[in-house]
Design a protein around this ligand. Structure first.
Ligand SMILES: NC(=O)c1ccc[n+]([C@@H]2O[C@H](COP(=O)([O-])OP(=O)(O)OC[C@H]3O[C@@H](n4cnc5c(N)ncnc54)[C@H](OP(=O)(O)O)[C@@H]3O)[C@@H](O)[C@H]2O)c1
Length: 337
């Protein structure tokens, strides 16, 4: 089978195609013919050696993929040949909080990932693909969508009438926008681009703020909410945004700390956390049961992931460079022949 490997050192220049023997499904394993993979910010960090500089190479990158079961190993009962499945970000994480075992079972590092023609997963490490979704659409779900669902719904308890602030228009944030609308919440979206904000509006965003032309976007959020602030903030900015998020979170509101796009260390006035009774929750993707609950909602509502761009398998590196440029809206997907 054809795969992409990070080989001979980190960096996008060291991501190359290679031939590997197609694996055989052992006991409890399923072999999946992948139809699509999708990219996350983490994949770029992994390829560059920033996410885990000690990651042994070669490695097939990318955590997310969907396809069709091609073979099953002995004792497999959850799926059969021909079933359409999507891989779980962590192969050994069924429910509850993450453990060191589940954290060690993530695809695209330390385990080989989805930028390949075939993937070998645990039978418990895959979920059924919602029937209305193509492989390209389903491939966007394992990391970004599950993280957004876990933050907003499973841990966040988002409810009708809540105000949700989503930062930027990348993978996690656009899913958060879509799920917030499913919950009946009002959504405020931010972006560096007016053009992307138009797309966010088309997906249901109730109000939009360009965080480049309106640097004090926290004040804008307060103005848009009659001074109340946002009940849920999907924090992907990190160092450059957390203080402002604290400034515009509502009394008793929740900030889900998910990403560190603008750095990892910040100076904070801790008083606002306690004076507002705010909850700051770290979110690490989510377990399989969270994925399955989310898929039920996606199937019921006919939700379609927002795919900004699709690249052919032969142009996967160009796809990663495109994502690196920040030009994308929602998800960047690779179609696998
Ligand atoms: N904790 C977890 O389990 C988990 C899971 C998934 C992702 N993450 C993290 O979450 C972050 C986002 O991941 P992703 O895959 O969604 O990334 P992505 O698709 O690459 O999204 C990046 C987008 O974020 C926006 N952005 C960048 N800097 C910003 C800033 N300072 N303020 C507001 N928005 C900003 C930009 O949107 P505009 O172009 O619209 O401005 C940019 O296009 C990353 O740090 C990633 O590692 C964490």
């Amino acid at each position: 089978m054809q795969v992409y490997e990070i080989t001979g050192g980190f960096g996008l220049d060291n991501l190359r195609t290679a031939e590997r023997p197609t694996p055989e499904a052992g006991p409890g394993e399923v072999l999946v013919k992948l139809g699509a993979a999708s990219f996350n910010f983490r994949d770029l960090m992994t390829i560059k050696g920033i996410y885990n500089p000690k990651q042994p190479l070669p490695l097939v990158p990318c955590s997310d993929g969907a396809g069709t079961v091609a073979a099953v190993g002995k004792g497999v009962t959850r799926v059969k040949v021909g079933d359409r499945v999507t891989g779980c970000f962590a192969q050994r994480w069924i429910s509850g909080e993450p453990t060191s075992e589940s954290r060690g079972s993530t695809l695209g590092g330390p385990l080989d990932g989805t930028l390949a023609e075939y993937a070998l997963w645990q039978e418990g490490g895959a979920v059924s693909t919602p029937a209305h979704l193509s492989d390209e659409e389903a491939s966007t779900l394992p990391c970004a969508a599950v993280t957004a669902w876990n933050a907003l719904v499973a841990k966040g308890g988002c409810k009708p009438g809540d105000v949700v602030l989503v930062q930027g228009t990348g993978g996690v944030s656009v899913f958060a926008l879509q799920f917030a609308k499913l919950c009946g919440a009002k959504v405020i979206a931010t972006s560096s681009s007016d053009e992307k904000l138009e797309k966010a509006k088309a997906l249901g965003a109730d109000a939009c703020i360009n965080y480049k032309s309106v640097p004090d976007w926290a004040k804008a959020v307060k103005d848009l909410t009659g001074g109340q602030g946002a009940d849920h903030i999907v924090e992907v900015g990190g160092a450059g945004t957390l203080a402002a998020s604290l400034g515009c979170v509502a009394l008793g509101g929740t900030i889900s700390v998910i990403g560190v796009l603008s750095g990892t260390s910040a100076q904070l006035d801790i008083r606002s956390i306690l004076m507002k009774g705010a909850r700051i929750q770290g979110v690490f993707v989510g377990p399989r049961d969270c994925f399955e609950t989310m898929n039920r909602a996606i199937a019921l509502h006919g939700t379609r992931p927002a795919i900004g761009s699709v690249f052919p398998f032969a142009e996967a590196v160009e796809g990663l460079r495109f994502m690196e440029s920040g030009a994308h809206f929602g998800k960047v997907v690779v179609k696998i022949p």
